[in-house]
Each structure stands twice: as C-alpha cells, then as structure tokens.
Design a protein. Structure first.
Length: 667
C-alpha cells in the first residue's frame, strides 16, 4: 500500500474535510500502489495546494486534480474557456481544470524546486518527470470526452487547430469515475514512466521535491536568544483585533519584529499566518528571521510570499481565471468564491510602500478573518523605489489603518558613517518630499568602517573585478560578506561572466548566467549580437513614430518570447535565493531590498546618456521595474549596507555631484 502524508486517519479528521471524490481517489491510489509510492494530500507548496501528489523515488511525480463537479452546470465556449452556470442563466468564467493542474506543474519548475527550470532549459525532456491527471468524480470518461472534445470535433473547421488541441490534451490523463481504477492507475504510472527507472529524476531531485511537499518542524533549540528593545516589545506583542502600522529607520529591526510577531501570533491562536512582501527574494530573509525565534512550531502554518504570486496561487486554487492585468486590482475578484476561502487569523504586510491601494483592500476583504483579525503593515516611504503615489498630506503609503505610525527610531545595523551618509542623502534629495529621519546608531557599532567613491566614464567589468579584489584583500573580507549591486541586470551579468572566466569563482546571483542567457537565445534560434542590434534599431524607429515591417514585427515577437523565458529564470532564482552560501553576491538593488550585507559595491550607471548597458533600452530581458537609478533606489541600496560602502559611478552627473561634495567627510 502507498505511504500517505498525512496518514489516512488524519486526512479524514482535517478541519476542511476531503470531498467524496478526493476520498475515492485516495482509496484507489492506496490499493493500486505499493509502498514505493508516496501520496501527499493537499501539500502546501508556497501557496500552491494541489489536491493530491504521487511520487516515486527514481521514477517521477504525478499531480492529481480532483473535481466533484456536475458537468451539467458547466460549459466550454468556442475558445475553450470554461464557465460555471450560477442561478439560472448567469455564467461566470472559471479556470479550466487542465490549466489549473498545468499551473501547479509549471510552478514546480519555475519556482518551487531550485535549479529545475535551468535544467529544463538545458534538456527539455526534464518536463517528463512531472505529469498530470484530472479526475472527474461525477462523470464517466465518455461524458467527460463528450464535454471536452466531441463538440469541437464537429464544429472545428481547421484541422490543424483541432490536431493541436488534441495534442495538448494528450499530455494529460483525463479520467472519469469508471476509469479511475486500480488497473488504470497502474497503467498510467507505467505509461508516464513513474513506475520505471528514470535517469532524470535522480536522488538530488527526489529530495528537493520531498522538501517541497513536506514542511519541516522548527524546534526552540534551533533559535537564538534575542533581546528586544522597549520600542520593539510594543511591536512584537500579538493581540486579536489589533491593527498596527510600523515605520522604522534603516536597520531598526522591522523584519526582526515582524518575524517575532508572526511566531507570537501563531502561538496565540494556533492557526495560519500570512506574511506578504512585494520583493520576491524577501520571503527567504523573513524565513531566516523566523528561524532565529526560540520557539517550537510547524513551518506549515507560515505562508510567506510576494503579493503577485499569492494572488496567482489563490486564483488557481479556487479555479478563478486571470483574464487581464486589471484582475490584479479588481477588489471584487474573489467574490464568487469568497465562502470557499480559508482565511487567516493574522496578516502581516512588509514593504507596504510598494503596495497599491486595491491590493491592500483585496487582501483584507477576502483573506483576513474578521472575527479575530490581526493585521500589521511595515514600511518606509523613502524606499519607494517603484514611485507609488502617496497621500498628498500624510506623504505615507496606504495601509487602511488610521492614527499614528509606531516608530522604530534606533538603528542596530548600520555604522555611524553609513547612518550619517544616509541622513545627508535625505537632506540633499528628499527635502520637501518625505519626512526627515534621524538615524540613531549604537555609538561605534563597528570598530572600522569605510566609505569610498570612484567615478569612471565608461563601464568596465574588469575594473569592478579589480575593485572587489582590492577591497576584499585590504580589509580581509569573506566573499559571503560582499555584494555587488546595480539598478539593472546586464552589467551584473557581464561581471559575473568575467569573474567566472578569469578566476573560475562561483557567485550567488538572482538572475540568469550569461551561459543560460545565450542558451535561451539559441533555443529561439537567435544570435545575441544581431538580436540586440535589431532590437535597438526597432525601438528607435518606434520611438520616432515610424512603422515597422513584417520582419521587424517577427523580431518583436521573439523579443517577447525571450523576455518571458528570462523572466521565468529570474523569478525562479529570486524565489530560491538564500543569503549565507559563502559566495560573492551579485544582485539588482530591487531584488536585494530588505536584505543586508557588511560590504556593498554599488554601481551607478548613466541614465541620461545610453552606455549600452541600460537594460530598458536594449536588453531584451529587461523588467519594467529595473534599470533606472532613482534617488529612492540609491537610498535603498545605501541603507542595505552595514559597514563598508564603495560607490562606483559610470558618468551619472546627478549622483557624482553629491558624492564628490560629501565623500571627504568619511575619509
């Protein structure tokens, strides 16, 4: 018999009872499969909650989506979009179960299993290690086929589209009540190679998948003893019905307090805690801080995720299709499924200055338990790197919380020099825009700290490498304590390649390597040099209002495909970024926001005169939130540094005048 997680008795006693179809599926799987197979019921995978996951060591993974739907209440339109009929003639769009289970599979590759996406890019056969089954408990296989296929076969005029649709469905096993049997399950395991030996699904991958499906338990012995200040003590106390907003200077311990508040909340009510960020990488930093809390708890109760992935996961879990970009800001998006949502007793939002008003309203409306609600927002308006619009009078981010902010005024992270520089930066760039924050440091926090400044006319990866080597040697620094940051990815990618080729040194990055970047272009049958040259020329024509020809239109389509491929790699790298790997770090300022490092080498490129490195101008892998050196962005970078800061400017006059004027104070 298969091994169940949790065991069958526990599954039957869960607060949210399994459906009839799920119980039947579990019963069949238990009888059909030997103890070589592991069956996970509704594993919580960073927000994804597939119904059932089956795994066999050395074989592979099967995701099973179970639907107890009566197909008489559902329709599929001519574009094969699903709808549910509610209250007579009312039709509401829902997500196709096939797309739903595919989304779970894609997230395993793109997010949850570290390094799996890059392995897939190198070998497309990696996709075969995860397969999908959709089981309709209240329909026969014939009824299901008639519903999903037959009417399109009759109405389809274009045989090419019909064959493409059949080819798409062939990657899934669609089963009805009469075919979800022990014999068919065994046949599927053989057909999809799960029952056989797979050279792709090795021990390392098996262990990575197992960690995803089985959250660990944290013991009090794993924590460290932390002393909280009086200011912080007011922030970490968990209370039912408490709504608070917290603002703190750089290094004041906002994330430390958030972590302790999260644990205290769970210990108080024994339920789930939702922790939302905007920055993808910050989830792992928060997890690290929660790990430091000296208490015993199960990790499954802590849902730490950035807003957009949370929204996507919840939409997929509840079969809600995201039809346009407007969905993200639709404060009634989950109205049709609101009664099925399992709400949180505590919601903590970090980086509230990065949030838009509708996001906050949507989260509180549908996901916060009104009876025992605890909601805390943490932020710093001066780290408004995405240029959100704040209230004109308060000049603070929207929180939906009235009254005064709880203030953390003392910094426990930055040196005196960094604190003074941050204050000078505020006075120079933020006067009249934001309130001035005096940064109170702990006296001489570091015995020795340094601030240096370099100004070059043109970018040079070799020059950055020389500065890094010189700084590391002079101050006896370990690579783990050094980070090189920039507003855009391309200079970092070139530095990473230079380090790799000249010293064979490994690095810790949040973006694709040059090798992966070129492999993506190769998969799209594109040349790097010609591709970027053509793309730059097309953008120039479009900016000048000129029309583009068919060949140029084709290049733009390829640009979108390449950008999407690289976006997925970057998102995966960020999602699985961990700080203390003993390696030199390279990151955009955006991705590193919320983290901290002893020594920072900060690159400032020229925004006004293209140096060929502004990824918004020519890099097809650009993201809209990266590339421009705003004052908020540079301030955010400075306040991520604890001790030694070395600014390297490549011809940006606005920042050169500031650092040239003030750098002598820190020599």
């Amino acid at each position: 018999m298969a091994v169940f997680y949790p065991n069958l008795e526990t599954i039957k006693k869960l607060r949210q009872k399994p459906t009839e179809g799920e119980l039947h599926a579990l019963d069949v799987l238990g009888k059909a499969l030997s103890d070589e197979y592991e069956v996970f019921f509704q594993p919580f995978i960073n927000g994804d909650i597939p119904d059932i996951v089956v795994m066999r060591k050395g074989g592979g993974v099967i995701i099973v989506e179970v639907k107890d739907w009566d197909l008489r209440h559902y329709t599929i339109d001519e574009k094969r979009n699903w709808h549910v009929n509610v209250g007579g003639r009312d039709r509401h769009p829902i997500k196709s179960p096939v797309k739903q289970v595919l989304n779970y599979k894609e997230n395993l590759f793109n997010l949850h299993v570290e390094g799996l996406l890059e392995k897939q890019i190198q070998n497309f056969k990696m996709l075969n290690i995860v397969n999908c089954v959709v089981y309709f408990h209240n329909a026969s296989t014939q009824e299901l086929n008639d519903f999903v296929k037959t009417k399109f076969q009759k109405d389809e005029r274009d045989s090419q589209h019909w064959n493409k649709y059949l080819g798409y469905l062939s990657y899934f096993d669609l089963l009805g009540i009469n075919t979800f049997t022990e014999g068919n399950i065994q046949s599927i395991m053989e057909k999809r190679w799960v029952s056989k030996k797979s050279y792709l699904f090795d021990q390392e991958l098996y262990e990575s998948f197992k960690r995803c499906f089985s959250p660990s338990t944290h013991t009090s012995e794993q924590g460290i003893r932390i002393t909280y200040s009086k200011e912080q003590e007011k922030i970490i106390e968990s209370r039912a019905g408490s709504w608070q907003k917290v603002k703190g200077v750089a290094g004041s311990g906002k994330t430390l307090c958030l972590a302790k508040r999260a644990v205290n909340a769970h210990l108080r009510h024994g339920g789930n805690v939702l922790i939302l960020t905007f920055n993808i990488t910050l989830r792992n930093y928060i997890r690290d801080k929660i790990s430091e809390v000296r208490e015993g708890f199960d990790w499954k109760y802590f849902h730490i995720i950035h807003y957009h992935q949370f929204f996507s996961n919840m939409a997929n879990n509840h079969s809600r299709p995201i039809l346009s970009f407007d969905s993200w800001e639709n404060t009634s998006f989950f109205e049709i499924v609101k009664d099925a949502i399992d709400q949180y007793d505590t919601i903590l939002v970090d980086e509230i200055q990065d949030y838009q008003k509708p996001w906050v309203e949507l989260v509180l409306k549908y996901f916060l338990n009104a009876e025992s609600s605890e909601y805390v927002a943490y932020g710093d308006e001066k780290q408004n790197i995405y240029q959100r619009v704040f209230d004109d009078q308060e000049k603070k981010p929207f929180t939906k919380i009235g009254g005064q902010w709880n203030l953390l005024k003392k910094s426990y992270r930055v040196s005196n020099k960094i604190g003074r520089l941050a204050e000078l930066f505020q006075k120079h760039f933020f006067d009249g825009r934001y309130e001035f924050d005096e940064i109170l440091t702990q006296g001489d926090l570091f015995d020795q700290s340094e601030i240096g400044y370099h100004n070059f006319q043109a970018f040079s990866a070799d020059e950055i490498f020389r500065i890094y080597r010189k700084v590391a040697k002079k101050y006896g620094l370990h690579d783990n304590d050094i980070c090189i940051q920039s507003a855009s990815v391309e200079p970092l990618r070139l530095i990473d390649e230079h380090i790799s080729t000249t010293s064979s040194q490994k690095t810790n990055t949040m973006f694709e390597s040059q090798e992966t970047y070129l492999e993506i272009l190769k998969n799209r049958k594109l040349s790097n040099e010609q591709f970027k040259k053509d793309y730059k020329a097309i953008r120039k024509k479009m900016k000048e209002g000129e029309s583009i020809n068919d060949e140029e239109e084709k290049i733009l389509k390829n640009v979108k495909l390449v950008k999407n491929d690289i976006y997925k790699v970057r998102r995966s790298k960020k999602f699985n970024y961990w700080d203390n790997r003993g390696l030199l770090k390279l990151s955009t300022v955006h991705s590193f926001k919320g983290w901290e490092v002893d020594t920072l080498i900060l690159l400032i490129t020229n925004d006004e005169e293209s140096s060929g490195l502004n990824e918004e101008s020519i890099d097809p892998a650009s993201e809209s939130d990266e590339g421009f050196n705003s004052e908020e962005l540079i301030y955010t970078a400075i306040t991520r540094c604890r001790k030694n800061l070395f600014v390297v400017n490549f011809g940006n006059q606005a920042f050169d005048s500031f650092f040239t004027k003030h750098i002598h104070q820190f020599q």
